[in-house]
Design a protein around this ligand. Structure first.
Ligand code: 4AD
Ligand code: MG
Length: 464
């Protein structure tokens, strides 16, 4: 008999009641007495379990013995309206097949109440918990919303390389990629590592951003977006950083920083609204268990205009606030997440887009303002998260870009292809990068970024 997913049973229960169904999934709990046994079955399609009722006149104790928490079973039976509390329908089992047992002595997910820290140590099994299955369904829906948003608005999905010889952000936090034997490195006459013998004939690393190649796409196709993994070897052991994370990078020709802000705001609101519509059960579950204000916060973000403020104005507000920050703030410093969150959570009580940062604290490609001091950067700051998006209008003037590259001592010969976009048919253009896990973090209300990606990568941790 063909399997029906539990989510489809609930979605169509009125039509299915009185009919025979076949369901397959993992046992969450089994309880009952010698007359009747109840199994809570979960198949991953919804946060909701399906109750299976086993009349012990039709089944033997021996048959039920392997049906323990974590085991996988197939049940056929009649779908009926439930008389018990807590569920609308249940299955009166006719047949029961056990696919795989789960030794109660060994299976770590007995009942509820494990800490998130413990679950991180068993990341291979945590998708079987309510929390992680909910997070992973929300993550999947958000990924789809991202593609849908851009595809429906004339953006082309561009795949940029993961192995690269250029450092987009200039932060130097790259993972080197090499096939050289580290125990016996080939040396040049001057004693340096001889990269001409390496796989690509030069030093390469995993990309920190697809933006530079994204700009090549945008200045040909008009508007593109990337959506793929990026890697940063920054040793930040925080609840907001991963060493491997997914970034969404739209890049658009003929738009300036203001239109870029409009795009970022509309895009974020669309994705959050999409998740609120499509993942209601999961978000309600997460809200109930982790963050009582979650739904209200999500709704407030989609319904309010984001504040737009310059860095200079922001720093002034922070200095005048009288608030004692761990890191003192002054014009020229890079803002810490405590500063960002103060503006968003205490001062404005809604998302803030900060623009016009000092050029010294931003990347080489950002368009210089007429003051020669600030660049057309934009950071979108969110409640509970801090920076969720970083972007800018790009320097499209060849000479100014070259000057900046020289000032920062970026090796010119590696950048020839990037500079060519400014030599041939250059146009104003802008784009931004959204940290996908930071969006998932915001929408699920989880506290740690390691809990919104199936298999997190962070310093000293690359298991699973
Ligand atoms: O602000 P960032 O460094 O900007 C760029 O990489 C630009 N090239 C983007 C562009 O304009 N196309 O990174 C963009 C976003 C951040 O705002 C943050 O949300 C996320 O990526 N991010 C991280 N997320 C998780 N772990 C990390 N280590 C992250 N570093 C940045
Ligand atoms: Mg940034």
């Amino acid at each position: 008999m063909k399997r029906t997913r539990v989510s489809d049973i609930y979605a169509d229960s009125a039509a299915l009641v009185g009919k025979e169904v076949c369901v397959k999934g993992w046992v969450r709990t089994r309880r009952g007495n010698k007359h009747v046994q109840f199994v809570a079955l979960n198949d991953g399609s919804t946060i909701r379990n399906l109750q299976i009722v086993l009349d012990m006149q039709a089944f033997t104790d021996e048959q039920l013995k392997p049906v323990t928490t974590g085991s996988a079973i197939c049940v056929t039976g009649l779908l009926v309206e439930s008389m018990g509390k807590g569920q609308s329908v249940e299955v009166q089992a006719k047949t029961l097949e056990v696919y795989g047992t789960a030794d109660p002595e060994a299976y770590p997910l007995q009942k509820k109440g494990h800490t998130l820290e413990f679950l991180r140590e068993i990341a291979h099994l945590r998708p079987r918990t309510n929390t992680f299955s909910a997070v992973l369904r929300v993550r999947s829906a958000l990924a789809f919303a991202i593609h849908k948003y851009f595809q429906e608005r004339g953006f082309y999905y561009l795949n940029t390389p993961l192995i690269t010889a250029s450092d987009c952000e200039g932060a130097g936090a790259m993972f080197q990629v090499t096939t050289l034997n580290l125990d016996e490195l080939p040396r040049t006459e001057e004693g340096k590592v001889d990269y001409s013998q390496d796989f690509f004939g030069k030093p390469t690393a995993l990309t920190v951003s697809g933006q530079l190649e994204g700009e090549l796409g945008a200045t040909a196709l008009g508007a593109i977006y990337t959506f793929g993994p990026t890697f940063r070897a920054e040793n930040s052991n925080t609840a907001r950083h991963l060493a491997e994370f997914w970034m969404v990078e739209p890049e658009v020709a003929f738009i300036d920083i203001n239109e870029n802000m409009d795009l970022a705001e509309d895009f974020l609101k669309y994705c959050i609204r999409y998740a609120l519509d499509k993942c209601r059960d999961d978000i309600e579950f997460l809200s109930e268990h982790y963050d009582k204000e979650l739904i209200q916060r999500l709704e407030s973000v989609v319904s309010q205009d984001f504040v737009r403020l310059t860095y200079t104005e922001g720093v002034k507000l922070l200095k005048e606030s009288g608030h004692k920050f761990e890191y003192p703030v002054d014009w020229g410093v890079d803002l810490q997440s405590e500063h960002e969150r103060y503006l968003v959570e205490h001062y404005f009580k809604r998302p803030v887009i900060l623009t016009g940062y000092p050029k010294e604290i931003k990347a080489f490609y950002m368009k210089l303002n007429d003051d020669d001091k600030t660049v057309r950067a934009m950071d979108v700051l969110f409640p509970t998260i801090g920076e969720i998006i970083g972007g800018s209008e790009r320097e499209e003037n060849y000479d100014k870009l070259l000057k900046r590259i020289e000032e920062l001592n970026i090796p010119m010969k590696d950048m020839w292809w990037y500079l060519d976009t400014r030599r041939f048919g250059t146009v104003p253009h802008s784009g931004f990068g959204l940290g996908f896990e930071r969006l998932v973090l915001f929408v699920t209300g989880m506290a740690n970024i390691r809990d919104v990606i199936p298999f997190p990568r962070y310093p000293k941790s690359a298991d699973f």
